[in-house]
Write a protein that binds this ligand. Structure first.
Ligand SMILES: [Zn+2]
Length: 462
């Protein structure tokens, strides 16, 4: 796609700040937030008696003296004092909205209170995201998920309101084909926020309906991805099919917030960046084992501290999200906020240990789904008859790929995957129709080892 030259600065001057000025702004807001929360029981306990916010003289020092907090700590706190825990930093009467995390870890769901001011802040950040994506007041934005206590769909609602867009909630439509028909009927400009898997599903359904987005959805110009990693060529293919610029947001109920800018998720074959909302969120990227900050270019765990959140702030929350920190001054848009690579955010616990190696499914994905000939794949991890671990990649090719190409593609893929993971994997072809269908989030990896082991144990009478 053509790339923009126009710079869009919805937030004004704050988007022009240098890195040093941003550090300074963050430090001032951090001290103010610490002063607000230091006597609130949950934080007082962690910060210690006699904690003096004014003695924090740098962001680095803050990281050295303030401990990290995990999901389990927050769950224990809200269990002890329901519903919001002792970390609610405003009177209960000031809570104007509640949110619950989507609970992807299976541990339980955290509850957050928001004041009206918190809601305005989230709306403003969303509007910033929309503006960077080229959405303007008067545009029509469709939200794919139902409106409720999850932040995503509601955030899209308030972002639209803050920017002056019309918002179309499609979440209650009975199926995806109906959503597409509504998009056409109401001439939607922006789609907020399909996962890559869901956009792929919409693509298949559109193809099945004979819908040609460039012809039938001429006003459609932007879709924001969220929630999953995806390969560069996949994003290019999607931009081509839908005739849109793809953008991405990284957000969480706890308060993480970053988004791609005017340059989108891919530019000249390179991944774009997501700019952190530094003025509201202090984002650290650390080695998950040592807790030390990683250098630009490296991958680590995202930790967040909410600088202006009133009701349920967090200090150094461990997101368990695996992110790649990229140079803060590398984006041609000129913003100097902390930057994350677009398209590669995953979960730390996605890692699979196989044959003694750490394998990240996203790395395999970037090779297999990055191949133009491939439509989809699944991977099975198991133990063979001789007790050896194996990974079996079952690859479905796109319609129209000649048999010769398929035959040569399989060993090529196996070689590339081995080069990146150090693990040999079997590759065979599978008919696309035999693959499971993914509705919202893809599940491509199936680990059979635990089941196979327990079957062996039962069989052996132990
Ligand atoms: Zn940028």
């Amino acid at each position: 796609m053509e790339k923009p030259v126009e710079r869009r600065r919805f937030l004004g001057k704050v988007e022009e700040l240098s890195r040093a000025e941003l550090d300074d702004l963050q430090l001032r807001r951090l001290r103010k937030q610490l002063a607000r929360v230091k006597d609130v029981p949950f934080f007082a306990h962690r910060l210690g008696k006699d904690f003096e916010p004014d003695r924090i003289t740098s962001l680095r020092q803050f990281a050295d003296v303030v401990p990290t907090v995990e999901k389990a700590d927050l769950l224990a706190d809200q269990e002890a004092e329901p519903p919001f825990g002792t970390r609610l930093t405003v009177p209960a009467d000031d809570v104007a909205r509640f949110e619950i995390t989507s609970g992807t870890s299976g541990l339980g769901q955290e509850t957050y209170g928001l004041t009206w001011a918190d809601m305005e802040t989230i709306g403003t950040m969303g509007a910033w995201t929309f503006a960077m994506a080229g959405v303007v007041p008067g545009d029509r934005v469709a939200v794919t998920l139902p409106l409720g206590y999850l932040q995503g769909p509601w955030g899209g609602d308030w972002a639209s309101r803050s920017l002056g867009c019309a918002v179309y909630h499609l979440g209650l439509a009975p199926d995806s084909a109906t959503k597409l028909r509504y998009m056409q009927r109401f001439a939607i400009n922006g789609l907020y926020t399909p996962t890559p898997t869901y956009l792929m599903r919409l693509t298949r359904i559109a193809e099945g309906m004979g819908l040609e987005p460039r012809r039938d959805l001429p006003e459609f110009k932007t879709a924001w991805l969220a929630g999953e990693a995806y390969p560069v060529v996949w994003a290019e293919r999607m931009e081509e099919f839908w005739g849109v610029r793809l953008c991405e947001t990284y957000g969480s109920t706890q308060g993480a917030f970053a988004a791609t800018c005017e340059y989108g998720v891919v530019s000249d074959g390179e991944r774009g960046v997501m700019h952190n909302a530094d003025w509201n969120v202090l984002l650290e990227v650390v080695d998950p084992i040592t807790g030390e900050p990683v250098a630009e270019g490296e991958t680590g765990e995202a930790l967040i501290t909410t600088l202006v959140r009133q009701a349920s702030p967090v200090l150094r929350f461990r997101t368990k999200d695996r992110v790649r920190l990229v140079p803060h001054d590398g984006c041609p848009c000129g913003r100097r906020t902390i930057a994350l690579e677009a398209g590669t955010i995953g979960r730390l616990d996605d890692m699979i240990k196989v044959k003694g190696m750490n394998v990240w499914p996203a790395a395999v994905e970037s090779i297999v789904l990055g191949d133009q000939r491939v439509e989809e794949y699944v991977a099975e991890v198991g133990i063979d008859d001789r007790g050896h671990e194996y990974v079996h990649l079952k690859v479905a090719f796109r319609a129209g790929v000649p048999t010769d190409d398929r035959t040569t593609a399989l060993p090529e893929l196996a070689k590339k995957v081995r080069a990146i993971t150090n693990v040999s994997m079997d590759t065979t072809e599978i008919d696309a129709q035999d693959l499971p269908t993914f509705e919202y989030k893809a599940k491509r990896w199936y680990d059979r080892r635990a089941d196979q082991l327990s079957a062996t144990l039962v069989g052996g009478g132990r």
